[in-house]
Design a protein around this ligand. Structure first.
Ligand code: PLP
Length: 384
């Protein structure tokens, strides 16, 4: 059954009805291997690494349903999703276009390893379509961008990126981790492959590491074959927790959208804060585009306190609710300084060129009461 609304899809999408033995909750099939008719193709054997056991197939259908995609694949981490998807579309000698503001891990993967694989990489500005054609070469095979970038929460010209890829025969990939399918559905916007760190919002409880690749069936099937060879499949037990987390995705993300906007508005009014980056604020350079493209502005924001790194660290230390921890997307608020954590692997030059200054503080807003969060920031700001 297909459902239009994301809340219903989160609960019922991909479910088997009735479940085994009539179970309402799809169980964990922890077994590594299953008996199959002789002569079954290698990739169709039922084995956890081959992504084909019952709990895995169920999760794949649920992930696809949430993104409104033809097919889905779970991976062992977000980086496994990104590296597997890129290996499935690129061969040695191919050229890749990537958005110039990327999660630090993706940036490091490309700058440290692309050359080893024979891939040529050119960074493009997703806000400047007039520059894309000049970056394309006859060897360009794919383009990768992020929906809402980490940590400056920029929103590029996403449907235009997908259209540019389609017009030039490129595979379009998008990391939708920050937006989640609650706020943006890239398949409907024309993207071929949607990638997630499911460690973050999709699971939502900071207790597993997982990734997802969803999109057009032919592309996901190729990614599955690549994953089968590279070995980055998701363990069924983690998959069970992910499927459980997905059922409350819409509730959590809507609360996080609202909390982040309220916190951003509060911080924007404070003299102790020099800059607040959140796409829901009218001061954000991409506000109008974000309002047109997204159903919600997301639960992430970043700030620069007056007083530089010392003030940034003092603020982090004075807060009582958010944990000082570098991940994001869980029910609890987290706060971190990306220059010291998520973007620490980047050269200072690249990091500063992206606007990830030493004093930038990133906040992943949880589902706590917004009044309590604001009160906590209020008391912490008073210490600066
Ligand atoms: C936007 C984005 N993509 C991918 C990843 C990598 O995910 P994982 O840590 O699950 O490998 C992260 C991690 O922070 C991220 O923020």
């Amino acid at each position: 059954m297909d459902y239009d609304r994301i809340e219903t899809r989160a609960v019922h999408g991909g479910e088997r009805r009735p479940g085994p033995e009539g179970s309402v909750v799809y169980p964990i099939y922890q077994g590594t291997v299953y008996s199959v008719p002789s002569g079954t193709d290698y990739h169709d054997l039922r084995y956890i690494r081959l992504n084909s056991t019952p709990s895995q197939s169920y999760l794949h259908d649920k992930l696809a349903a949430l993104e409104g995609a033809e097919a889905g694949l779970a991976t062992a981490s977000g980086m496994a999703a990104i590296s597997t998807a890129l290996h499935s579309v690129l061969r040695s000698g191919d050229h890749l276009l990537v958005g110039d503001c990327l999660y630090g891990g993706t940036h490091d993967f490309l700058t440290h390893h692309a050359a080893d694989f024979g891939w040529d990489v050119t960074f493009i500005d997703p806000h400047r379509p007039d520059t894309w054609e000049a970056a394309r070469t006859p060897r360009t095979k794919a383009v990768l961008v992020e929906t809402i970038t980490n940590p400056l929460v920029r929103v590029g010209m996403l449907p235009e990126v997908a259209e540019f890829a389609r017009a030039n025969g490129l595979v379009s990939l998008i990391d939708n981790t920050f937006a989640t399918p609650v706020n943006f559905r890239p398949v409907a916007a024309g993207f071929d492959l949607v990638l997630h760190s499911a460690t973050k919002y999709l699971n939502g409880h900071s207790d597993i590491v997982a990734g997802a690749i969803v999109g057009r069936a032919e592309h996901v099937e190729r990614a599955r074959t690549t994953s089968n060879h590279f070995g980055g499949s998701l363990d069924p037990h983690a998959g069970f927790l992910l499927a459980r987390g997905l059922k409350t995705l819409a509730l959590r993300v809507r609360a996080q959208n609202e909390n982040a906007l309220r916190l951003a508005e509060f911080l924007a009014g404070r003299t102790e804060i020099a800059q607040v980056n959140h796409p829901g604020l009218t001061s954000h350079p991409d506000h109008e585009r974000a309002a047109a493209l997204l159903d919600g502005f997301g639960g992430m924001l970043s700030i620069r306190p007056v007083g530089g790194v010392a003030a940034a660290q003092k603020l982090i230390d004075a807060l009582r609710l958010p944990f000082d921890a570098p991940s994001l997307g869980g029910v609890e608020s987290l706060i971190t300084r990306p220059a010291a954590t998520s973007h620490a692997g980047m050269s200072e030059h690249d990091r500063l060129a992206l606007g990830v200054t030493d004093d930038l503080v990133r906040i992943s807003v949880g589902v706590e009461s917004p009044e309590d969060l604001i009160a906590d920031f209020d008391q912490a700001l008073a210490t600066l």
